[in-house]
Ligand binder design. Structure first.
Ligand code: TTP
Ligand code: MG
Length: 341
């Protein structure tokens, strides 16, 4: 089977996580980023939900401008710890569905499949369902013969989209798109191309290689020439041998409720251990952060290699036990395993 590449990108990621965790945000424009300080804030927008985007708000925009465009939006600070924890859960779901896996950023990953296009589309639906069910978040997925096409395809229909581009459809899919849709073509290259009358991928494809090389140099000229044809042989860059695998969870509210804490611990153990499949580990570690940010870690190394979710949960509970005190609320717990064999 020839390789098929899937690209997964979460929808309005930071904002979607915040909306999920705070039902009162439902139906409101949400902007995650620097504090607007009544229009005097100096930072930028990290992301905005789709409702806020209707007001013209987008990533990278000064927060003061975002505030001016929609002062009634909900402005929230970036909670990176939380998004990382959610990201790890999502990546755990995605990676187990393919032959090879590459995480590109906090909300984006490639998966390589050796299947038919119909089977790949089914897998994409499964991934979407699983993310929706377990994380209550939506993503958009693109499927194509290489990373380039898959990435452009995942962006084609958003949010909650699924776009499949078979090899025979690559050229017709790319042709009408603006050159800006090609990863690596930013505003400057876009402007340089536009100055020469090139706005669509079709027009870029019609431009001779020597001209592109003359304008952009051999490397980028050659790159644009190939991209315009949907050619991209680059392999997935799987992570270097993972040294550890782990997850963290920040509670929505600081808590000393054991049932809640152990419930989250069990979820984390599953999310950390299950994706490892047959990989065995020896050391189990926990992390705990109290409401005042005082942070502790503890670990135990087993005498044998284990791959068991139950065993890691048992050990993690024992490690956590002495830190659970009635009068101290917990902000975050973490679980990791390492020393792979
Ligand atoms: P993106 O995937 O580019 O954006 P998004 O997930 O918010 O929205 P969508 O994919 O539906 O268009 O980026 C992922 C996260 O990375 C985003 O939620 C916030 C963060 N980010 C920044 O902090 N600054 C930025 O300039 C961008 C583009 C993203
Ligand atoms: Mg995204």
């Amino acid at each position: 089977m020839p390789r098929i590449i899937m690209h997964i990108d979460m929808d309005a990621f930071y904002a979607a996580v915040e909306e999920r965790d705070s039902p009162e945000l439902k139906g409101r424009p949400v902007v995650v980023g620097a504090s607007p300080k009544g229009g005097k804030g100096r930072g930028v927008v990290s992301t905005a939900n789709y409702l806020a985007r209707k007001y013209g708000i987008h990533s990278g925009m000064p927060i003061s401008i975002a505030y001016r465009k929609c002062p009634s939006a909900v402005f929230l600070p970036v909670n990176m710890r939380k998004y990382h924890a959610v990201s790890q859960e999502i990546m755990g779901i995605v990676r187990k569905h393919g032959e090879k896996f590459e995480q590109v950023s906090v909300d984006e990953a490639f998966l390589e499949l050796h299947k038919s296009y119909d089977e790949a589309a089914e897998i994409a639906k499964k991934v979407k369902e699983e993310i929706k069910e377990r994380e209550r978040l939506t993503c958009s997925i693109g499927i194509g013969p290489n990373k380039l096409v898959a990435k452009i395809a995942s962006d084609y229909r958003k949010p909650d989209g699924l776009t499949v581009v078979k090899p025979e459809d690559v050229l017709s899919f790319l042709s009408p798109l603006n050159v800006r849709k090609i990863p690596g073509i930013g505003p400057k290259t876009e402007a340089a191309l536009k100055a020469r009358g090139i706005e669509t991928v079709r027009q870029l494809r019609a431009t001779p290689l020597f001209a592109l090389k003359e304008w952009f140099g051999d490397k980028f000229g050659g790159y644009f020439h190939e991209m315009a044809r949907g050619i991209d042989e680059s392999p997935l860059e799987e992570e270097r041998e993972a040294k550890s695998a782990g997850a963290e969870h920040t509670f929505d509210e600081d808590t000393n409720d054991r049932t809640k804490i152990y419930g989250v611990l069990a979820q984390m153990a599953r999310a950390v251990v299950k994706p490892l499949k047959n990989q065995k580990f020896k050391t189990i570690a926990i992390k705990i952060r109290y409401e005042n940010f005082e942070t502790h870690t503890a670990q135990r190394t087993l005498k044998h290699y284990s791959g068991s979710y139950e065993e890691s949960l048992e050990v993690a509970k024992k490690l956590l036990e002495p830190f659970l005190q009635k009068n101290r609320k917990i902000r975050l717990i973490g679980l990791s395993v390492r020393k792979f064999g």
